[in-house]
Ligand binder design. Structure first.
Ligand code: EPU
Length: 418
């Protein structure tokens, strides 16, 4: 197991490009199961979760080949249905996104139930409810979902809560269904919009992605696709906070500033100077960090995937604030670890009360999930002395060579084997 050793205190200064988005790439790869021709993706991040879904796709007969590091060619000509096994789904919940494509294209699918995860129970009842409304027969047996349907039928589906993966799964299922599907209370995340654009390129008829109502008119077949993966808005936000927390000056290029608006707004409230152009954002620190309350919400609200990183910043604010998590019920595991570095955080249900301190001290801390790990790295960059972040494999799931990128803008951070 690797760990990071960080010597904190240096302001980060410089610029870098955003990587391709993991959470946009995963559904695009799942969509290859719908395609009748070859698919090509450029700008694919080299992350464990991407390898996991490629393994899963191999099991369903979709062959892949890497070209020149970040380009991925997929050949779905031998695609078939099968089982998404527990040992893969367990390591990555997003695997459940093969369910919609498999059942709509091949009439049946068997996918392991994902089980709980570190940040919450994360059920998939909304995916199941949607597929049932479209006429699928669903059986839950020995930890597996078995779905069957001759051909799915369009239906009106109203989500009880906003689900990103649920919206993507049903959008893909509806693309080959008979008739029109209407998804109400749909997720509006940029990754939903990029998937809809991809499906339309394949010949699907999807309207309204990016709004709460998505309409999909099913077609008989879908073509292959060619796509450039959009930039990762959560990585962008994490790097912006790295500039802020180290009192530095960081520019992220090749990003979509509108996708990090909710963060930009809060950083400005906190006293940071944030400027942006068409495809870049720059964060400069101008003295004290002011406390700012945040409450996570589905897009375009403040992303749960930046809550931990923002909390790290607030531990150094001049005053107290409240950070409220409304999406996942157990996404505060970084709070106790930040506490080991001198942060003052009191938890009260879904709200963390953060009282800013003048400085954090380096300590040995443990990463528990992807975004919590990022918050510990950020805290380490700002802390006095040495911080050791253990179990960085969590971080590697969602950030490609974060330490190399941070080093390029002045961070003192090393990866060492534990
Ligand atoms: N939920 C249900 N029933 C369902 C589906 C979801 O109760 O059928 C609940 C979940 O338990 C959760 C809430 O609804 O409390 C939102 O879950 P959602 O389905 O939107 O999350 P997800 O699609 O599983 C994606 C991202 C997450 C990100 C969330 C929220 C991917 C692969 N994952 O998860 O990303 O936090 O949306 O924006 O796109 C990460 O990258 O670190 C990460 C966890």
């Amino acid at each position: 197991m690797d760990q990071f050793r960080i010597r904190g205190g240096a302001p980060l200064r410089g610029e870098m490009e955003a990587s391709g988005s993991k959470n946009a790439t995963l559904p695009m790869l799942a969509a290859s199961l719908l395609a009748e021709g070859p698919c090509r993706l450029r700008g694919v991040p080299r992350l464990q979760d991407i390898y996991t879904i490629l393994d899963l796709l191999e099991g369903f007969g979709v062959r892949h080949e890497w070209r020149g590091g970040r380009e991925l060619l997929l050949d779905p000509s031998g695609a078939r249905t099968g089982t998404a096994p527990y040992n893969l789904v367990r390591t990555m919940r997003a695997s459940v996104m093969v369910l919609g494509p498999l059942v709509t294209r091949f009439g049946r699918a068997r996918v392991s139930l994902p089980g709980g995860c570190a940040i919450g129970a994360r059920p998939i009842d909304q995916h199941i409810k949607g597929l049932e409304a479209m006429g699928a027969g669903i059986r839950l047996e020995t930890g597996y979902i078995e779905a069957r349907a001759e051909r799915l039928r369009g239906a009106r589906i109203s989500f009880d809560l906003i689900t990103v993966t649920g919206t993507k799964n049903l959008m893909m299922a509806a693309a080959l269904a008979e008739g029109v599907t209407v998804l109400e209370n749909a997720a509006r995340e940029p990754e939903v919009v990029s998937l809809a654009a991809l499906l339309n390129q394949m010949g699907a008829r999807v309207k309204g992605a990016g709004t709460p109502i998505i309409e999909v008119e099913g077609v008989r077949s879908l073509r292959g696709f060619e796509v450039e993966v959009p930039p990762d808005r959560i990585e962008t936000g994490t790097l912006m906070i790295a500039g802020a927390i180290t009192r530095g000056d960081v520019t992220v290029r090749r990003c979509v500033p509108a996708h990090v608006d909710a963060l930009t707004l809060r950083l400005r409230e906190a006293g940071l100077d944030v400027t942006e152009g068409e495809d870049w954002v720059r964060v400069r620190s101008e003295g004290a960090i002011r406390p700012v309350n945040v409450r996570t919400a589905p897009y375009p609200g403040f992303p749960t995937d930046l809550q931990a990183q923002f909390m790290a910043l607030m531990t150094l604010a001049e005053g107290a604030c409240a950070v409220t998590e409304t999406i996942f019920e157990n996404r505060f595991m970084h709070a106790a670890e930040l506490g080991r570095m001198g942060a003052r955080i009191g938890l009260d249900g879904r709200t963390a009360h953060v009282e800013g301190v003048p400085a954090l001290q380096g300590a040995v801390v443990m990463a528990t999930d992807l975004r919590a790990s990022a918050s510990l790295v950020l805290a380490g960059l700002a802390a006095r002395g040495e911080t050791v972040v253990r179990r960085v494999y969590h971080l590697d799931r969602g950030y490609e060579s974060l330490e190399t990128r941070l080093r390029s803008i002045g961070a003192d951070i090393q990866r060492v084997a534990e």
